[in-house]
Write a protein that binds this ligand. Structure first.
Ligand SMILES: NC(=O)C1=CN([C@@H]2O[C@H](COP(=O)(O)OP(=O)(O)OC[C@H]3O[C@@H](n4cnc5c(N)ncnc54)[C@H](OP(=O)(O)O)[C@@H]3O)[C@@H](O)[C@H]2O)C=CC1
Ligand SMILES: O=C(O)[C@@H]1CCC=N1
Length: 270
């Protein structure tokens, strides 16, 4: 990863909570010197204090990158202090849900290069996936730099159109929460059928992790992998009859969940 511009001019990270610290950990692990990073956060964690980055100090006037990782509800209060860095010299990258490119441009100006990105929490172990899309002022080099920064925590995909971002948040941005809930509910169903909590949780976690790894590694589609588990007239078929019911099963459930996610995302956009 070529971080030379960031090493020379610095990177400002606004907000170092779950996503900010996952990304910071990835950058430092990929060789970005901590002295290049300037974090703004009201309550720095012990981990953050131990990294050697600058915390809540003076900022470079024109850093290479400003990365915005505060909650969308905090953006209006937190971003204006950095607005003077807008205008063209500094690339802004935001991971916040909801707020659109147009929303940022109102404050920073349309001439400010801006990348909207949506990572997810498996970034904390380098297994995230992030979708990115740039504004009109973002150059190919800006997209490349953003991709390099986010590749430090997993895969990166580029969107053709910002309008796709709502669905991305609904599927992969928030998706880990759906999968964690699947693990919780699979384990609870096991406990209901007589397993100990510990054993049920071990079975559920290993099953979801193993199935995910197989889906990623296999040449077969998830649909075929499902068929491979399902003996005709067997036990899996009986369970899938419940889970694949169009309205009450996974299809209707996930469709309604993703639609609710998108509605909330649009509310956050204001
Ligand atoms: N969590 C997720 O799965 C994902 C989150 N995102 C996006 O990432 C962003 C951050 O989310 P997440 O990391 O989960 O949230 P967190 O609450 O964990 O992190 C936000 C951080 O910003 C700090 N903060 C609050 N106010 C300010 C301020 N004025 N200036 C600087 N820092 C401030 C918070 O401090 P304190 O806690 O003390 O208030 C906290 O450390 C959100 O916009 C979210 O939409 C995107 C993809 C996935
Ligand atoms: O729940 C949220 O709003 C954020 C965005 C994607 C994941 N978490």
């Amino acid at each position: 990863m070529n971080f030379s511009d960031i090493v020379t001019r610095g990177l400002v990270l606004l907000g170092c909570g779950k996503m900010g610290s996952a990304m910071l950990q990835g950058w430092l692990g990929n060789g970005l010197p901590p002295t290049s990073v300037h974090v703004i956060d009201p309550n720095p964690s012990d981990w953050l204090r131990g990294t050697g980055v600058h915390i809540n100090g003076d900022l470079p006037a024109a850093p290479a990158v400003v990365l915005l990782a505060v909650k969308p509800q905090m953006m209006g209060a937190a971003l204006p202090q950095l607005a003077a860095m807008g205008g063209g010299k500094t690339l802004f990258v935001t991971v916040a849900a909801g707020i659109t490119i147009e929303g940022y441009e109102k404050l920073l100006g349309a001439q400010t290069p801006l990348i909207r990105a949506m990572p997810n929490t498996p970034a904390a172990i380098g297994r995230g996936i992030t979708a990115i899309v740039g504004n009109g002022a973002a150059s190919a080099a800006d997209l490349d730099l953003s991709e390099a920064l986010l590749r430090a925590v997993g895969q990166v995909v580029r969107l053709e159109d910002e309008a796709q971002m709502d669905a991305v948040i609904g599927v992969s941005g928030s998706g880990p929460a759906y999968v964690f809930h699947l693990i919780e509910t699979m384990a609870a169903a096991g406990v209901e059928q007589g397993l100990s909590e510990e054993l049920a949780m071990q079975l559920a976690k290993a099953t979801v992790a193993g199935a995910g790894a197989l889906a990623e590694a296999s040449d077969e589609s998830p649909a075929q992998l499902r068929v491979n588990v399902t003996s005709p007239g067997g036990t899996t078929a009986a369970a899938l009859e419940v889970l694949m019911e169009p309205e009450t099963g996974f299809p209707g459930l996930l469709s309604r969940a993703v639609a609710a996610n998108i509605r909330r995302n649009r509310e956050l956009a204001g």
